[in-house]
Ligand binder design. Structure first.
Ligand code: C5P
Length: 219
């Protein structure tokens, strides 16, 4: 597709997991290849947007022309996003942000002790980056898009997320198809309607999401 319908707009996309350190060699994190977010970044750039890609650790090259900011933890991701927010017309949170992090990361590698069969690591809540963006937004900018990966009651969960996080669009994915592969299948949930995509490539889904973002930017 040749359209440059996003020119003049800055779109920030988060992608990949956040990894929360336990010690210098261990972490807690989510399963996420980053492919969905990178596909959105690539298509948004091809459609003319200035694209800022805030990425957790993934094994993907930055798409051509995209400004990548590499982060590791949820706190770093939040800082990278909020500091760039004044530039942004839309924020698409495709990252799999860890909900919790170890209260403190050990300075030295943890050792297993003789006879130790269980280990407790205390976790504290990470900020909900998207919900914080929704709560602090005044007016219609930036357009906010979230993802919902669930194993059941997909659309109901997405609608709840739309309302509690105060966002414009939630992309609801079934966990069984969302990970690692080339394809995805989603329902796009907005305040007014919901649209199922059927099984499509991640690039085709990226375009469907960006069509919605474009419509929200024009509104
Ligand atoms: O609440 P849940 O994790 O299912 O919401 C998923 C959406 O919220 C995704 O768009 C994700 O990027 C975002 N999120 C976030 N900060 C968190 C957890 C999720 O921005 N701590």
């Amino acid at each position: 597709r040749e359209t440059r319908d996003l020119s003049g707009h800055t779109v920030l996309i988060s992608a990949g997991p956040t990894l929360e350190p336990v010690d210098p060699v261990r972490f807690l994190g989510n399963r996420s290849s980053g492919r969905m977010g990178y596909a959105i970044a690539e298509r948004a750039r091809q459609r003319g947007a200035r694209v800022i890609l805030v990425s957790g650790p993934v094994a993907l090259a930055a798409p051509q022309g995209v400004e990548r900011v590499s982060v590791r933890t949820a706190i770093e991701m939040q800082e990278a996003i909020t500091s760039r927010l004044p530039d942004c017309d839309a924020v698409i949170m495709a990252a799999a942000v860890a909900d919790f992090r170890p209260r403190e990361a050990a300075v030295h590698k943890l050792k297993k002790l003789e006879g130790e069969e269980t280990r407790v690591i205390e976790l504290v809540r990470n900020p909900d980056i998207l919900a914080d963006l929704g709560a602090s937004r005044r007016g219609a900018r930036p357009v906010l898009v979230g993802f919902a990966v669930e194993t059941e009651n997909l659309v109901a969960a997405a609608r709840t997320k739309l309302e509690t996080k105060k966002v414009d669009l939630v992309v609801a994915n079934h966990a069984s198809v969302a990970f690692e592969g080339d394809d995805n299948e989603a329902t796009l949930v907005t305040r007014d309607d919901e649209e199922s995509t059927g099984r499509v490539s991640k690039h085709a889904l990226a375009d469907r999401i960006l069509d919605r973002v474009h419509a929200l930017l024009e509104r």
